[in-house]
Ligand binder design. Structure first.
Ligand code: BTN
Length: 248
């Protein structure tokens, strides 16, 4: 199975790798497999994606061989109201994995992962009837990005080429720990997210339910909500479009 063979043998139960040379989007491909009854833990990795998707319909830029584009199939046993926590869980798993290579990775709520203020990974979580697909794109060995993109890669941050399977294995290990804490133990995961929360203490602007809001981020709630002080009162934001940090 190419460069990922060794990592495949080290995956924690029930995770296992399926490698595909080229797909449209690993999330779409894995959704089809899930709908056909594939069991929890399949990790679908693509050599390249021809239609990689980001949040809010954006494209995901992942040149072949340079990045890591994969999707993980989970079948949470907790009530559905807790499934949205997987966004934060995945963000923390990726941040912790990235920190095997660099001193600090920050999480820009809900789940962009940044190093030195630049995006190093993006996550797209999509739910089906009885499953969730966690799609993860990490910039590993790219040395340049399209103009205007505030992005970075592990190679740019460390100055050396990084082995992609090593990163994959770290992410899956951390994901298996945090995904087991969606109900009980979620406060431990939240501690990790809070320590890395890029937005706390920042003035931000975002659109929530069609309304543009501006406020000061006070932190994260127990369920992972963004706590924002807006015109003197505290609001719990569960979902928002792109959160923009305003100049101090
Ligand atoms: C974002 O930052 O907007 C999310 C990007 C998510 C990209 C990954 S790459 C693997 C998986 N397959 C996709 O089509 N998207 C996700």
């Amino acid at each position: 199975m190419n460069e990922f063979a060794e990592a495949a043998a080290l995956m924690p139960d029930p995770f296992r790798i399926l490698w595909k040379e080229e797909v449209g989007s690993t999330n779409d491909e894995l959704r089809a497999l899930a709908q056909n009854g594939t069991g929890e833990g399949l990790v679908l990795i693509a050599g390249s994606q021809t239609a990689g998707r980001g949040r809010r319909g954006a494209e995901w830029f992942s040149p072949a061989g340079e990045g890591l584009a994969f999707s993980v199939l989970l079948k949470p046993t907790v009530p559905k109201e807790f499934w949205s926590r997987l966004s934060l869980v995945a963000g923390l798993a990726v941040a912790e994995a990235v920190e095997k290579f660099v001193p600090l990775a920050e999480i820009k709520w809900p789940n962009d992962v940044l190093v030195n203020g630049r995006k190093i990974a993006g996550i797209l979580v999509e739910a089906g009837r009885d499953f969730v697909i966690v799609g993860i794109g990490i910039n590993i060995n790219s040395l340049e990005f399209p103009n205007g993109l505030a992005a970075t890669s592990l190679a740019l941050e460390t100055g050396v080429a990084i082995k992609r399977p090593q990163v994959l294995l770290e992410v899956v290990k951390r994901l298996s720990v945090h995904a087991g804490r969606l109900g009980q133990g979620f406060e431990n995961t939240m501690d990790g997210v809070r320590q890395r929360c890029r937005l706390t203490g920042k003035r931000v602007q975002f659109t929530s339910s069609g309304v543009v809001k501006t406020g000061l981020v006070k932190g994260l709630g127990t369920g992972g909500e963004l706590l924002v002080e807006i015109a003197g009162s505290l609001e719990l934001i569960v979902q928002a479009d792109e959160v923009r940090v305003l100049p101090a």
